[in-house]
Ligand binder design. Structure first.
Ligand code: AMP
Length: 280
């Protein structure tokens, strides 16, 4: 596996591959890789002839009070994992390579980011879309794989690719979980040891909502109340609990169509998110 740190070098490598009629897959990450990330790499390896995994902690998607400075990093460990999976290139640019002095160009989306995490994290998706657009232009992949764990992010990126006619197929991979159901996340490492056993309350709440829908409950208020109760019993503080249309992300009152549940919960200072299809 080669480690490339310059955009120009990655562009040249991708062009070589494309000239040789090889398909290129990209998996963007912020590093501190876990099985969830690696499952996306597996998908990319199954779909593309050459696979690039980027590792870049993108400051533009963190708010001023968020956890940028303490975001966990382990470049050496990450590179070993990617190399073992047969990844062709790890793209590990430094900050200046992505955002040189005087940087002032952004990509944004207007409606989809106004819900869920976007409503709580001002400018978050603008930062995500900007870096993903830059990664697409650096890597020129035929396909890119994102996790359903960050369901809104996946939708927003898919919308950008469609709206800007980017020649990239945006694929998703299912959420990989710990044994107790907690969705794997680099941020799980922040959890205090005593909060960790309770943190699967997000998964339990989503499952409870799904059970209720299966048993015929159609009132979204009842579902949200049941989910909130479970989270609070576990000692979590709800940031949001939402039942939404899985395509538009608009809040639903009645579950008489496709429905998706999404939750964000604080355990101490650690904010966790998860989501699940309830119907459809
Ligand atoms: P991150 O490093 O957190 O920015 O995540 C990089 C990619 O991995 C994103 O597309 C995430 O949605 C995805 N991802 C994160 N956690 C998981 C998980 N538990 N299962 C599957 N994909 C994940």
């Amino acid at each position: 596996m080669d480690v490339i740190r310059r955009v120009k070098e990655l562009q040249a490598r991708s062009e070589e591959w494309r000239r040789a009629e090889l398909t290129v897959g990209l998996v963007p990450t912020m590093g501190y890789l876990h099985e969830g990330h690696l499952s996306l790499v597996d998908i990319a390896c199954g779909q593309a002839d050459r696979v690039v995994v980027s590792i870049f902690v993108n400051p533009k998607q963190f708010g001023p009070t968020e956890d940028l400075a303490r975001y966990p990093r382990d470049e050496e460990g990450d590179l070993a994992k990617l190399s073992a999976l047969g990844v062709d290139v790890a793209f590990v640019p430094d900050l200046e390579e992505i955002y040189p002095r005087g940087y002032e160009t952004y990509v944004d989306c207007t409606r989809l980011p106004s819900y869920l995490c976007g409503a709580r994290r001002e400018g978050h998706f603008k930062g995500v879309l900007t870096v993903v657009a830059k990664l697409f232009l650096a890597c020129t992949p035929h396909l890119a794989v994102f996790g359903e764990k960050d369901y809104q992010q996946f939708l927003v990126i898919k919308r950008m690719a469609r709206d800007l006619n980017l020649p990239v197929e945006v694929l998703s991979g299912p959420t990989v979980r710990e044994e107790d159901g907690l969705a794997m996340s680099s941020r799980n490492s922040y959890l205090e040891p005593d909060a960790r056993p309770a943190a699967n309350a997000l998964f339990k709440a989503l499952n409870r909502a799904r059970q209720l829908v299966t048993s015929g409950v159609v009132d979204a208020i009842m579902l949200r109340r049941a989910m909130t109760e479970l989270v609070e019993q576990a000692g979590g503080r709800v940031d949001y609990v939402a039942i939404v249309d899985p395509q538009t992300l608009e809040e639903l009152q009645t579950i008489d169509q496709e429905a998706h549940a999404a939750v964000a919960v604080f355990f101490g200072k650690t904010r966790l998110i998860d989501n699940m299809r309830l119907k459809g």
